[in-house]
Design a protein around this ligand. Structure first.
Ligand SMILES: [Zn+2]
Length: 162
């Protein structure tokens, strides 16, 4: 009885310093991550060509990443939610599911920066008109070729299949 209790006390004493050290270092990591994120903010000024695009609402819950307004975002891009989801999950190499309300749940912890960067790449490759840079375009398939058709200037740009 006495030996058991002293064994338990020993474990607590041994564990505590480690627990403290882990929480301090992860707080530092978190702060440096925030710093890095804020240093990227001015880059947004470059994206003025991307008109009235809702900001993605991204957050982590446990080991999952939720993109709350993914459906709304894809609607604005005039792209099928399934097509956007397929692209994003393939790039992340992670499984995920779409809810009826357009929320995307990804298995795995990804930062909002990673998701935003991938969606910018998607816009660059599959949304933005190469001629006038408008994102008011539609993606259509014509004889097995994907074409970005611009609603602003009428340009037709073939793209590689998704
Ligand atoms: Zn155009």
């Amino acid at each position: 009885m006495f030996r058991c209790r002293s064994f338990a006390t020993l474990i607590i004493i041994n564990l505590n310093p480690d627990v403290n050290r882990v929480s301090v270092s992860s707080e530092k990591d978190y702060l440096s991550l925030l710093d890095r994120l804020y240093s990227k903010v001015p880059e947004k000024a470059k994206k003025q060509g991307i008109q009235a695009l809702p900001e993605l609402n991204i957050f982590n819950v446990g080991n999952m990443t939720i993109v709350k307004n993914f459906g709304e975002y894809c609607d604005r891009l005039r792209r099928d939610l399934k097509v956007c989801t397929k692209y994003l999950l393939k790039e992340l190499a992670a499984p995920g599911t779409i809810e009826n309300n357009g929320q995307l749940t990804i298995q795995g912890k990804f930062s909002s920066q990673v998701i935003n960067t991938l969606m910018e790449r998607f816009i660059h490759s599959y949304v933005q008109c190469m001629t006038c840079k408008s994102i008011d375009t539609v993606l259509k398939m014509d004889k097995k070729v994907w074409i970005i058709s611009c609603l602003a200037c009428g340009a037709q740009t073939p793209v590689k299949p998704l």
